[in-house]
Design a binder for this molecule. Structure first.
Ligand code: AHG
Ligand code: MN
Ligand code: MN
Ligand code: MN
Length: 334
C-alpha cells in the first residue's frame, strides 16, 4: 500500500467536487467527525491512567451496561456536531431517541442526519483491546426548514451518502466512503493529523479468516453451523483461521485488509441477532460494498432492508464476496 503525504483535510477539499451534493456541508460534517475522533482518541489512549475505564453505572436502551467511555464518546461526538451546527439530527446507540438539532436561526437549514455507534466494542476497553466509532450519514427526506423527523433516520442503507469508522488500535485510523471507494487515514499522534495511508481499500475477493463468536455455536441456525463446519474442514485452502476480537470495527478492518468473513447471526437467544441495523450494519455494509465486499443478513442485501425502528437489530454477515456468498449458500440449503 502506498503512503502519501496527503492529509485528510486536504483529501476532503480535493474530493469535495465528486460528492453528489456539493454544498460543502458534507465536507464540514466529515471534518467535525475527524475532530471528535481526535478528542476521543486522546481519551481512549489515557484509559488506565485516569478514571475512565469501567462501568458508568447506567444501562442504555439496548439493555447494555454503559461503560464510561461509551458515555464520553457519545457526548463528544454529539457536542462536536451540535456546536458546529452541521447536522439537523443525530441518532446514537447510547440515546433512547434521536436528537433534533435546530440551526442557530431556528430555520432547520441543515440537510444531513448522522447515526452513530460512538464506542464500538466497549467491552474491550478495560482489557486494552482495540475499540472503534462507527458513523452513517443520510440526507434528510423531510423538507429543509421543518423539524427533523423519525423517518429521516429510518432510511434504507442504500440511501447513505457517507459512512465510516474510526479504529483506536495500534495506530488510530479513520476509514470512510462517500460512495466513491474507501480510503483509510492514519493519525500521526505527534502532529495530530490524519494522513492518507490506505487509498482505495478493497476486500480480497476470497479469504481465509472467519470471525464469529463460536461460544454461541449451539444457538446458531443450521446454515451457520454448517458453514462454520465447512470453514473448519480440511480441504483445499481450508481449514480457515478463526479470528474474533469482539469489536466489529476491528474484526471488519482486519478482514478487509487480509480477506475474511464476519458473522453475527441470529440465535435462539437473540432472534434478530445482536448488531444494530442503522448504526452498525448499514455503515459497515456501505463500506464493504464500496470495498468490493458484500454484506447480507444471510439471505438478502443488508442495505435493502426497510428499517422500522431506530435500534432494530439484524443478523449480519459481511466480508470478502466469495465467502459471504458461500455462507448464503449454506443458509439457503439448510
Ligand atoms: P457495542 O460495544 O457498540 O455495544 O458493540 C458490540 C458489538 C460488536 O462490536 C461486537 O462485534 C459484538 O458486539 C460482540 O458481541 P459478543 O460479545 O456477543 O460476541
Ligand atoms: Mn453497546
Ligand atoms: Mn457496536
Ligand atoms: Mn457502542
Amino acid at each position: 500500500m502506498s503512503h502519501t503525504n496527503q492529509t485528510l483535510g486536504e483529501f476532503i477539499i480535493e474530493n469535495q467536487a465528486s460528492f453528489k451534493y456539493t454544498s460543502g456541508e458534507l465536507s464540514r460534517l466529515i471534518n467535525s467527525i475527524r475532530l471528535a475522533a481526535k478528542v476521543v482518541n486522546h481519551e481512549v489512549n489515557k484509559a488506565g491512567l485516569v478514571d475512565i475505564i469501567g462501568n458508568a453505572g447506567d444501562t442504555n436502551i439496548q439493555g447494555e451496561d454503559q461503560q464510561k467511555l461509551d458515555v464520553y464518546a457519545n457526548e463528544k461526538f454529539i457536542q462536536t456536531m451540535t456546536k458546529r451546527n452541521i447536522v439537523c439530527g443525530i441518532a446514537s446507540e447510547e440515546e433512547d431517541d434521536f436528537i433534533a438539532i435546530n440551526s442557530q436561526d431556528e430555520n432547520h437549514q441543515n440537510k444531513y442526519v448522522v447515526l452513530i455507534d460512538p464506542l464500538d466494542g466497549s467491552s474491550n476497553i478495560d482489557v486494552n483491546v482495540s475499540v472503534g466509532t462507527i458513523f452513517s450519514v443520510y440526507r434528510r427526506v423531510t423538507p429543509v426548514g421543518t423539524p427533523v423527523q423519525l423517518k429521516d433516520f429510518l432510511q434504507k442503507g442504500n440511501q447513505q451518502v457517507a459512512a465510516g469508522y474510526v479504529i483506536y488500535g495500534t495506530s488510530t485510523m479513520l476509514v470512510y466512503t462517500t460512495g466513491d471507494g474507501v480510503n483509510g487515514f492514519t493519525l500521526n499522534p505527534a502532529i495530530g493529523s490524519f494522513y492518507l495511508s490506505h487509498p482505495n481499500m478493497e476486500f480480497p475477493e476470497d479469504g481465509k479468516i472467519y470471525s464469529v463468536n463460536e461460544g454461541n455455536y449451539i444457538h446458531f441456525p443450521k446454515g451457520i453451523k454448517d458453514y462454520i463446519k465447512y470453514c473448519q474442514m480440511e480441504e483445499g485452502d481450508r481449514p480457515y483461521t478463526s479470528r474474533y476480537i469482539g469489536s466489529l470495527v476491528s474484526d471488519f478492518h482486519r478482514n478487509m485488509i487480509k480477506g475474511g468473513i464476519y458473522m453475527y447471526p441470529k440465535s435462539s437467544k437473540n432472534a434478530k441477532g445482536k448488531l444494530r441495523l442503522l448504526y452498525e450494519c448499514n455503515p459497515m455494509a456501505f463500506l464493504a460494498e464500496q470495498a468490493n465486499g458484500k454484506a447480507s443478513d444471510g439471505f438478502s442485501r443488508i442495505m435493502d432492508i426497510e428499517p422500522t425502528e431506530l435500534h432494530e437489530r439484524v443478523p449480519f454477515i459481511c466480508g470478502s464476496k466469495k465467502m459471504v456468498e458461500k455462507a448464503e449458500e449454506f443458509m439457503r440449503n439448510a
